[in-house]
Design a protein around this ligand. Sequence first.
Ligand code: ZN
Length: 377
Amino acid sequence: MRVGTLFGIAITIDVSWIFIFALIAWSLADPAGPLHRADLSAVARLWLGILGSLLFFASVLLHELAHSLVAKSRGIKVLGIRLFIFGGVSQFDAESSDAPGEAWISVVGPLTSLVLGAVFAGLSFAVGPGSGFGALMGYLAFVNVVLAAFNIIPAYPLDGGRVLHSVLWRLGGDRERATEISLRIGRTFASIIVVLGIVEAVAYNVGGGLWTTFIGWFLLQAGSAEAARVALVRGVRGHVAGELAVAPELLVPADATVARAAQTMQVFHVHAVPVVLGERIIGVVREDALTALDPQTREGTYATAVMTRVDDLPSIAAKAPADDALAQLVGNPARALALHDEAGNVTGVITADSVVAWLARANAAGAGPRPVATSAA
Ligand SMILES: [Zn+2]
């Protein structure tokens, strides 16, 4: 859900944030919650709970904005900020090309949270920590300090892990080696957090322990996603964008119905298929464009009616380096790229699935005469 734009940066909120919002408002409104020392009516508690939720949201947003604005000032294009259940994430179209840049972009988030913590603590003392508003400010000061402390854990891809990465990179001069080490350290920390969470849940605090476990698990996932991304970037190095194109057997003709396009996607386990008119690629149909249609409509609708036209896709030269294509694919809302030859004719389409299929083929070829696992069943 897109909520707006700040400093030219698109802000989106995941629906899972509603859960966090409700959880914070509810826990603050609870008479036994963080505001328990203040003498308040139920209505006042509820209002303070909602205000607290909004200010927590603003705190996380400012943390992410700090990352994004520093990245922007260093010439990195910011694709947007996304807030989701475990906090926020700033999306850039490229990584910092130097270690100090990465360190600054990463450290400024926790620093912002610390400054916010100090501001809220100051407000709390100014109005008196015994009052409802003062207690809320005190709580937000605490939350921001926790946010800073958690993010500075050197568990890649947390901020602290990125700072560690930049230090290792600077010291060793080898960026990929630094990434490998950081990912390994990050996985260790994430595993420790999972174990601590389970112990906490079993020993004394089921809710808090499960939450800690979830966070550790999320970090493990984020770490493996990052490892996969690094492996992918390394895998495509030296190849050209054209090699990543969707295979010809996946193309559907322009007179195909939505039902037929859906069937092709199902058979080949892909989430998008290009549409061709004769020899010419004219667009891409994505799975999420079909899910809203009922079976009857699918039979009676042409795929061309729900496709993204090829002119509306970002385009890249078939001879361009494959890692450039990957960078363009990430964060592009159509999740597809058009390939063009020197004359400007569209020669193919790249999707996330076609990249995965290429990588599977490349791995199989590299590992000798092992049979290629195909999903065409
Ligand atoms: Zn951060």
